[in-house]
Design a protein around this ligand. Sequence first.
Ligand code: 8YV
Length: 323
Amino acid sequence: MSDPESAKPDVLIVAPMMPFVMDALQAAYRTHHLWEMTDSQLSSVAPRIRGVATNGGAGLKRTVMDALPALEMIAIYGVGLDALDLSECARRSIAVSNTPDVLTEDVADQGLGLLLALARRIVYGDGYVRSGEWARRGEMALTMRLGGKVAGILGFGRVGQALGRRLEALGMTVIYSSPSRPAGVTQRRYPDALALAEASDVLIVTAAGGPQTRNLVNAEVLAALGPSGLLVNVSRGSIVNEAELISALQAGTIAGAALDVFAAEPQVPPELLNLDNVVLAPHAASGTTETRRAMGQLVIDNLHAYFAGQPLKTPVRLPQATP
Ligand code: 8YV
């Protein structure tokens, strides 16, 4: 008699996901938890793994991908594709899905919240009250109005445009830089990060991560943003040169930064922890219950669709495979 368990496809889960996702995957597949496995445990199941579920930050290391000869499908819990070798997926005809759209508005909210917290020093003010400084020293130093200022958005895709709408509602002028002009966009486009920073009071990073954007925001761009300029990053830590940002914050080359993402998460450079002109968040922009449920459901739906021989709900278009 055949064992119904052995008929289920084997799926490797790279990092823990919400319990309802773990339960749904476990019910439909033989699941394996990469974060709990030794190398030899991985080697013993690797030849059978047909699906992978992972998040945007972790992606799938090439060494692990290379060790999975039967891999057919990777479902990403996130929109970012930078932690996955897409050319290799194309070469091996591995299907990939991600979770676009469902997280757009929440990531934009987090960008708005971080910018307000930074410009109006909301987190600093909270400490000022709690520590008794208010009673001891009187009124807190004045902060910066956002209305009437120019917000430069680096990368003007779904998240950038959703954030732009919020900033325009505050009375800011929104400009942007991105490789091409998105359809239906009327805001002024700048050719690159440097020109954008020169024209902006606040620079907001929403571009996709990856080799094309690595260290795009460097010392020169920060100098162009200027001593009253603010930087917000809700995209990928890799886009900002972190060492050069720290120097700029320490030297007053820019006025402050609000960061949801870092170069080597969850490690955050101690220099950033010691600065009071920064606001820090633990890569939480998509982290509402509502959005994470929708993201989790897409992971489940995409894997189920693939293994049922149906089209993916939210497929990633892979680059043309090079022979
Ligand atoms: C998630 C992300 O926080 O969408 C992405 O690419 O980085 C985030 O939305 C992440 O995928 C969940 O761990």
